[in-house]
Write a protein that binds this ligand. Sequence first.
Ligand code: PAF
Length: 274
Amino acid sequence: MVAELRVQRTTRKTTKKTIALVPTMGALHEGHASLIRLARRRADRVIVSIFVNPAQFAPNEDFRLYPRTFAADLAALAALNVDLVWAPAVETMYPGDFATKIVPEGPAQAGLEDAFRPHFFAGVATVVAKLLIQCAPDIAVFGEKDYQQLKVIARLARDLDLKSRIVGAPIVRERDGLARSSRNVYLSPRERAAAPALCRVLKECAAKIAAGQPINDVLAEGREAIADAGFALDYLEARHADTLAPAASTMDGPIRLLVAARIGNTRLIDNVGV
Ligand code: PAF
């Protein structure tokens, strides 16, 4: 219950300890562990939330099938010395008469994830605002793998004057470069073997852009290479690393390359800085 969470949270606060929140949807892997370790370095106490948020899944998406590994997650969190696990029920987060939605603009309308998952950022913004209000952490840690999400949440926290500082954590990769994701478990052996192409192409594109090749040419080659590796591409884009505005040249500011592509039934996203 939220009231119990508040008591727990207040006890920690009255001891003048700083609190970090790491919001997750469970199915924890090494990527989450690295967020938690970063949170532990930056704060005295760490809260991890586990909530598979129905509001960020469209009816045709994988909410029902999304991996749920609660017992294993709790064991992993105990091993990481997490101080509090907040795992609210759906009815706690969204009671039957729930009637409020946060619909973010700005980075949430960059034409990246929002173009393919139009419902997504309203679901994320609403649940993250609730988690930040419920847990009232000093900092909240989010992975850079969901780069647009990180920017949307940072803007949300700023725009709503939330007191929590939003901290981005670097992507954790498998040895072959594939970004860690709870959805990687969906990949068949053949798809898993092809999947590192996404990261490889991103890094090749970043190197070419850094070497001065025209961004549009580099992206065109990158899109072809991703299709050749067996992916159906949603987007491969070069954007300003902060605003997510389209970047046509390195003069347009620090650049982030972002990709989303489907292999079989699994949709993967990744990004790198130039
Ligand atoms: O990145 C995620 O796991 C989710 O989108 C988040 C931030 C926990 C909100 O449900």
